[in-house]
Ligand binder design. Structure first.
Ligand code: SF4
Length: 529
């Protein structure tokens, strides 16, 4: 549904801020692809764009692809911005540039919803989700798009039911320039891990779209050219198990209808390994990756962070079970926990070897506002919010330098090319071999698809196989894949591995943040034109 009853037409410029360089956005991988420039289309801004009155014109700019230009700002009557804490500096910078054109700027999304005080210069703060605050913002801009005399804070009390959400305006995004497509089925998570802001921001009782909405969204993503991999950005895909079970048959039908050209991925708690009936359906729906917040292999640490649900099955067994359904596990890992000891880094590296997970996002603990961790550390006087030289705002139990150097060592060793390719080799031989054998659709055989594959192969062979400085490890892996005729395994693994190796090398010499959430900023803001 859209906002209704507004007659005045407006022109809204939606700007998504650039990310600082981070492990989770895969920018080292982009030069190996056929033109990828950004990670995922932002759900929030595209949702708002679709919700605006039908007679309003919307222009969407993702500054990860190109900066908003002077012409964009001159065209607009008001600017909308959204993003996460890590994009805070860039969001404030967009506001500054829009104000240079005397435009009213509204900010929404997770960062401002948790911390409105981070954004003193914006004209409108939209706190919370799509709802009455959105309607009020639209009504105010319809009446008068100029900048208000002082900041107006609009808080959503009444949320729009997710089953009434419009399909995000994917048509405004240059979908081919994204590494992954994004889609959202549910919001919220029933658990209460100490460090996580999801339950505080979105609630513990997951709210849902309908399966029909998801199928319509997938169709639209396909129409817009987003076919490779679509990522369910739900906080926990099995946060409501019944809902997941209800959705899966629809996804299976959709895959059958459209020829399995889209791979699916999601985030879920590791206890999904206890649900073979869900895993079997996910395999049938062509899910190929699950991101699991394993956080740590240390049971005492899991208990301390209220993540006991990760221990419902032994961790390694759980990973192996998920792999047996053809799904690769990507793992979140946290270092700097109160339970960490001097030997934690070595234990983590042993876990990396044993689990054979290729991709682990290893982060230093960061206390986010609106989390039990934040509250506890505040009580204990262990929040450090005024030191920009640190990669974490937590006063660790171990000395800061010791934690950071353990993190650097873990990054360096875990992503040594030989070790990483050995883990990918295992995934190819075991996990990927367990995937659904999908029929070769006309789309897969199309010249456009073959051309894309050839471009990527050329980039990989040239930039890694000829010019790269880990050629030996690469060719050992690549020749094995070529002998098996496994181009898909080669492409997917080599592209991701390149990012991991290059990022880890930069990280191990202190050139990258040790936390995806760190507000320490290493990139200049986008300059105004
Ligand atoms: S299970 Fe995941 S989403 Fe849920 S509270 Fe824990 S960390 Fe957050």
């Amino acid at each position: 549904m859209r906002a209704e009853g507004i007659e005045t037409a407006r022109r809204i410029l939606c700007v998504f801020p650039r990310y600082t360089s981070s492990f989770g956005t895969f920018e080292y991988a982009y030069p190996l692809t056929d033109g990828v420039q950004a990670f995922m289309p932002p759900q929030g801004l595209l949702l708002i764009a679709a919700y605006l009155p039908a007679n309003w014109q919307v222009r969407f700019i993702d500054e990860n692809i190109r900066p908003a230009s002077a012409e964009d700002f001159r065209w607009a009557e008001a600017v909308f911005v959204s993003g996460m804490h890590i994009q805070r500096q860039q969001m404030n910078d967009i506001c500054r540039r829009a104000h240079a054109f005397d435009l009213a700027v509204a900010i929404g999304g997770p960062s401002v919803s948790a911390c409105p005080d981070y954004y003193p210069s914006f004209d409108y703060l939209h706190v919370g989700e799509l709802g009455d605050a959105t309607d009020e913002l639209i009504a105010r801009l319809a009446r008068d798009p100029s900048r208000p005399g002082r900041q107006v804070v609009l808080k959503t009390g009444d949320r729009v039911d997710m089953s009434d959400f419009p399909i995000p305006a994917y048509e405004l995004a240059e979908t081919r320039k994204y590494l992954l497509g994004s889609i959202q089925y549910s919001s919220g998570c029933p658990y209460q891990c100490e460090f996580c802001d999801i339950p505080g921001l979105y609630g513990r009782n997951p709210r849902l779209k309908t399966p029909q909405q998801i199928v319509a969204e997938l169709d639209k993503l396909r129409e817009c050219g987003m076919t490779d991999t679509v990522y369910f950005v739900d906080d926990n895909f099995i946060g409501n198990r019944k809902a997941a079970v209800d959705l899966l048959p629809h996804l299976i039908e959709w895959q059958k209808r459209t020829g399995y050209i889209t791979r699916l991925a999601c985030e879920a708690t590791l206890n999904i390994a206890k649900r073979p009936e869900i895993l079997a359906k996910m395999r049938e729906a062509f899910f190929v990756t699950i991101f699991c917040g394993i956080e740590t292999p240390d049971p005492d640490a899991l208990k301390a962070m209220q993540k006991d649900h990760n221990m419902m099955v032994p961790i390694l067994e759980g990973i192996h079970t998920i792999n047996s359904y053809g799904m690769e596990v990507v793992s979140g890992i946290i270092m700097g926990l109160d339970t960490d000891k001097p030997e934690t880094g070595d234990a983590l590296l042993a876990f990396v070897d044993e689990s054979r997970i290729p991709l682990l996002t290893i982060n230093l603990l960061q206390a986010l506002p609106k989390t039990p961790l934040w509250d506890r550390l505040e009580r204990e006087g262990r929040l450090i919010n005024d030191d920009d030289s640190r990669d974490s705002n937590v006063d660790f139990r171990l000395p800061y330098e010791q934690v950071v150097s353990a993190w650097r060592k873990c990054m360096e060793v875990a992503y040594e090319p030989e070790k990483l390719f050995a883990r990918y080799q295992y995934q190819c031989d075991y996990t990927y071999a367990n995937r659904l054998k999908v029929p070769v659709s006309p789309e897969m055989k199309s010249w456009a698809n073959i051309r894309r594959g050839l471009i990527m192969l050329r980039n990989i062979f040239w930039k890694v196989g000829v010019l790269g400085n880990y050629r030996k490890a690469f060719w050992k892996f690549a020749l094995g894949r070529l002998r098996h005729g496994d181009f898909e395994g080669l492409l997917g693994s080599a592209i991701t591995a390149h990012h991991l190796i290059m990022f880890a090398r930069a990280a191990s010499v202190g050139q990258q943040n040790a936390s995806n959430y760190s507000i320490r900023l290493r990139e200049a803001s986008v300059p105004a034109e």
